[in-house]
Design a protein around this ligand. Structure first.
Ligand code: 8ID
Ligand code: ZN
Length: 372
């Protein structure tokens, strides 16, 4: 229960803190990266107000937050869904519960918690009832319609927040909270079965580097598609049987078909590329499944109807994961079946991380340490 907020003492220095419970002293203000308009300056604030949790929310002292390409889309405002403004982005936050609202029963103070993209949903609509919570029309989106994890303290609906076992490396687990859950769900959506080939476009980035490992752990045969020597090395070290550099090949489709003896049974698109989607309708194996995950601004998935019908292929969208997918994806991590190839930098470095991401230079995932 959220205890009555009482001042620690009346000295001016202490007025900057609030005591939310007997164990944790929470400051009134904190460090955060904020933008006031899309594409506007990424402001490093040291006096951003710490949010107060609502009755059904927990307040998490975010230790680390991954930087997802979705955060870059949010800053650009390049999707047909407006962001809240001003906005604190970020939705791969791992930290410690330091306060909870009066209705929260599933988290104790001091527990480790993960804040995901799907911050909340109604839980009673047609979609929530069948576990398609991300399709709820009342979905609350962390770092998009609700201030996110590029701050030291963030709120999340307790019912949707992820449970993280104690002793977990919080920097390592942060990318699982979006990238991991999303690719795990996408692989399930593909219906590929053990022993089958799965192509992963954008394999050297944040989602892709986890997709390779989940695919392998699920008994699938990953073929990685991305560009550059560093990404090739990473993909192979994570378990990709084949790496194809889409910029270096003269016939991507032929090369993929040859490597997989007739085309992959499934394709997971995490590349931020419309062209990658179109060519996959050619190289996917007949009766195979293409799963759309990456969302390049304004993109359209083109597929020749003749080819689509005659090859009997399936093109599906996959959007993050539900609470069950979250538990399962985190369990793969806890059992050591997947690890996050991370690079840790301070919160204040967000702009330079976005710059690298824009140029396609990120190998694996960047994670922000919220203390600096
Ligand atoms: O629920 C969802 N559907 C969901 C969840 C999370 C993220 C969707 N996403 C979306 C993001 O919004 C973004 O559009 O997935 C996309 C990828 O996110 P990311 O993995 O965080 O991005 P990244 O780390 O920048 O990796 C992208 C990789 O794609 C490669 C780049 O080289 C980079 O390694 N790539 C590109 I751009 N074009 C390519 C191409 N044509 C390509 N790889 C192969 N072929
Ligand atoms: Zn994400």
């Amino acid at each position: 229960m959220l205890r009555t907020i009482s001042r620690l003492a009346s000295s001016p220095a202490r007025r900057n803190f609030i005591r939310l419970n007997s164990t944790f002293v929470v400051p009134r203000t904190q460090k955060a990266i904020v933008f006031e308009k899309n594409n506007g300056p990424l402001l490093y604030k040291t006096d951003w107000p710490v949010p107060t949790p609502a009755a059904d929310e927990i307040l998490v002292n975010v230790k680390y937050s991954g930087v997802c390409h979705t955060d870059l889309h949010a800053w650009h405002g390049d999707w047909p869904l407006p962001t809240k403004l001003p906005l604190v982005g970020g939705h791969e936050g791992a930290g410690v519960v330091v306060a909870r609202g009066s209705a929260v029963t599933n988290f104790e103070l001091g527990d480790y918690a993960g804040i995901k993209w799907l911050n909340g949903s109604c839980l009673s609509c047609e979609f929530c009832l069948k576990g398609a919570e991300s399709s709820c029309s009342d979905a609350i989106l962390t770092g998009y319609t609700h201030d996110g994890t590029f701050q030291e303290y963030a709120t999340a609906k307790a019912i949707h927040a992820a449970k993280i076992p104690k002793q977990t490396d919080l920097a390592q687990i942060a990318p699982i909270l979006c990238a991991g859950i999303t690719v795990y769900k996408a692989l399930k959506t593909s219906t590929a079965t053990p022993g089958q080939w799965v192509a992963i476009t954008g394999a050297g980035g944040g989602l892709g580097s986890l997709a390779i490992q989940y695919a392998k752990a699920m008994g699938l045969r990953p073929i990685a598609i991305d560009t550059g020597a560093a990404k090739a090395e990473l993909c192979k070290s994570l378990g990709a049987e084949v790496f194809i550099d889409f910029k270096a090949t003269s016939d991507l489709s032929a090369e993929i078909k040859q490597a997989t003896h007739g085309g992959p049974h499934a394709v997971i698109h995490v590349a931020v590329s419309e062209a990658a989607i179109e060519v996959s309708t050619d190289y996917v194996r007949p009766t195979g499944t293409i799963v759309l995950v990456g969302m390049p601004a304004g993109a359209v998935a083109r597929s020749s109807v003749f080819n689509h019908v005659v090859k009997a292929i399936d093109i599906k969208g996959s959007y993050v994961g539900n609470r069950e997918d979250t538990v399962e994806a985190l369990d793969f991590f806890s059992r050591g079946l997947v690890s996050s190839p991370i690079n840790i930098v301070g919160l204040s470095e967000l702009a330079s991380v976005y710059e690298k991401m824009e140029k396609g230079e990120i190998v694996g995932r960047f994670v922000l340490d919220t203390t600096c």
